[in-house]
Each structure stands twice: as structure tokens, then as C-alpha cells.
Design a protein around this ligand. Structure first.
Ligand code: HEM
Length: 256
């Protein structure tokens, strides 16, 4: 199956920011550079320098000629609100560039995999496409793309708050390893408090639409080998999910 989640997430981010879709490959490179640093790897200085250059160029062009896109809103400020300082604009645009691509792609991949690997679940979502939202929510709960967020304690120590562990706490989520789309417990995949993810709605919608589209355009979906799964990194989830599919009458993919 052609690769869907990463190009979709990069295209959505490019559209949201208002940058050329051709820049999506650069956005991906910047996102990877940030993920690597979060995993303790040495920074890719060239990627960070290119990111800063790109952000400065985009911000300057919207300052002189706002277009109403995401970058223009950050640069010119929402109505009635104080304008951000150039330093703040830079860090917010940087964050918007990198925060939503690989995270959203991982969520879409876990969601697709869950449905491809479980024929009963797949039949249910094919019959009731609205249940795709429940699959997305359970994917976020059981396999949150971001494993932890960092906080600085008053004493100066940096503390990693484990979202993945919290989401599998049996006191909050009975039988926590079991993928069950009928759960209704709140989870922490998007963090909590003032820094809770502002892109949660967009990420949820992307994964839901991708799953619904994949099911609408196929009659069967199944794993085609083992998914390559990053487990011990800041960003977890399947890096690749090979799938096979059929487009004819319902049945087992690959048999027709
Ligand atoms: C499945 C996809 C995503 C996941 C799992 C995710 C997860 C998170 C988490 C856990 C935080 C909290 C960080 C903290 O408390 O330190 C966060 C913050 C943030 N996210 Fe997301 N995110 C996702 C998608 C997105 C998207 C699509 C965007 C952009 C539209 C985005 C933009 C941001 C921004 C700007 C922040 C910083 C908020 C702040 O510090 O106040 N995220 N995200």
C-alpha cells in the first residue's frame, strides 16, 4: 500500500501554516531533527539552521503581506491581542512546524494497524464509520505517540512525566493492554493543563478521516508483515505499517 500517514500529516501542516506543499519534505526533515534531539542524539545543526532560515523568511513575508494563513495569524496576532515579539514568533512557528507531523502520522499508523489486524473490529467500523473516532481515541490511549513531557521541578531537576505509563495505569484503565474502543475514560495523550496540545482536534480528525477513507476505498485490509515499531524513543509508534488490501467484494486481501 502506498505510504499515506506521513505525506498526509506533512501536507496538512503545510496547509495550516500556509507554506507551499513542495516544502513538506523540508518540514519532515525539521520534525525528524527535533525528535532526534528529544531522544538524546546530537543535534543536526544544518537542519536547525535551515529551519530558522525558513521560519524567518516566512515570517518576514507575512509581516509585509499577511495572507490569513497560520503563519500570518502568529505574526500579526489575533484581534485584540498583543503582538508577539519576533523571538516568540520564531519559537511558535518552529513549534507548529515540528509538533504535528510525525506525531499525527504515528497516530494514523497505529489506528490503521489496529483495524487491519482485527477483522472483527474492522467489520464493526466498516458497518459504522462513525466508530473510527473511537478507534482513534483508543489508539491515543493505548499507544500515545509522545511517551513523555518534560517539566522542570522547583529544585531545578528535569522530570519526565510518562504519558504512556499513565495511559496504561490499571487503576484508571482496567485491563490496560487490551485495545477496547468502548472505553470512555479520559487519557493523557495530549498532555494536560495550560500546555495541553492545541493541535489535538486536527490530529484526531486526520487519523479519523484517513481510517474512514482507507475503509471506504477498500473491501478488506490486513497486515502484510510486521510493523516496524519504535518503542523506546520519545516518539513511539509504528515507523512503517505494511498493509495489503482488496478492492473487490468483501474477503481476504491478497486472495483475489
Ligand atoms: C497525535 C498527534 C499529537 C500528539 C500526540 C501531540 C501531543 C502533544 C503533547 C503531549 C503536548 C504537551 C507538551 C507539554 O505539555 O510539554 C503537545 C503540545 C503541543 N502541540 Fe501537540 N500533539 C499532536 C499533534 C499536534 C498538531 C497537529 C499540532 C499543530 C497543529 C500540535 C501543536 C502543539 C503545540 C504548539 C504544542 C505546545 C503547546 C504549549 O506548550 O502550550 N500538536 N502536543
Amino acid at each position: 500500500m502506498p505510504s499515506w500517514p506521513v505525506p498526509l500529516a506533512a501536507a496538512v501542516t503545510a496547509a495550516q501554516l500556509g507554506v507551499d506543499r513542495a516544502a513538506a519534505a523540508d518540514l519532515l526533515r525539521f520534525g525528524d531533527a527535533v525528535s532526534d534531539v528529544a531522544d538524546g542524539q546530537p543535534p543536526d545543526h544544518a537542519a536547525f539552521a535551515d529551519l530558522d532560515l525558513a521560519v524567518a523568511r516566512w515570517a518576514a513575508s507575512r509581516r509585509s503581506c499577511p495572507t490569513g494563513d497560520g503563519i500570518s495569524i502568529v505574526v500579526t496576532g489575533a484581534r485584540g491581542q498583543a503582538q508577539l515579539k519576533p523571538r516568540e514568533v520564531r519559537s511558535l512557528v518552529r513549534l507548529l512546524v515540528v509538533a504535528g507531523i510525525v506525531t499525527s502520522a504515528r497516530l494514523s499508523s497505529v489506528t490503521l494497524l489496529a483495524v487491519a489486524a482485527d477483522p472483527e473490529l474492522q467489520a464493526r467500523v466498516r458497518a459504522r464509520p462513525a466508530d473510527a473516532a473511537r478507534v482513534v481515541e483508543e489508539a491515543l490511549r493505548r499507544d500515545p505517540p509522545l511517551r513523555f513531557v518534560l517539566r522542570q521541578a522547583a529544585a531545578g531537576d528535569v522530570v519526565a512525566c510518562r504519558l504512556d505509563e499513565a495511559n496504561r495505569d490499571p487503576a484508571a484503565h482496567p485491563d490496560p493492554d487490551h485495545f477496547d474502543i468502548d472505553r470512555d475514560e479520559p487519557h493523557l495523550a495530549f498532555g494536560a493543563g495550560v500546555h495541553r496540545c492545541p493541535g489535538a482536534g486536527l490530529a484526531r480528525r486526520q487519523a479519523k478521516v484517513l481510517l474512514q477513507t482507507a475503509l471506504a476505498r477498500t473491501s478488506a485490509l490486513a497486515p502484510a508483515g510486521d510493523a516496524t515499531w519504535d518503542r523506546d524513543r520519545h516518539l513511539q509508534g509504528p515507523a512503517a505499517v505494511p498493509l495489503r488490501f482488496a478492492t473487490g467484494p468483501p474477503g481476504i486481501p491478497g486472495t483475489r
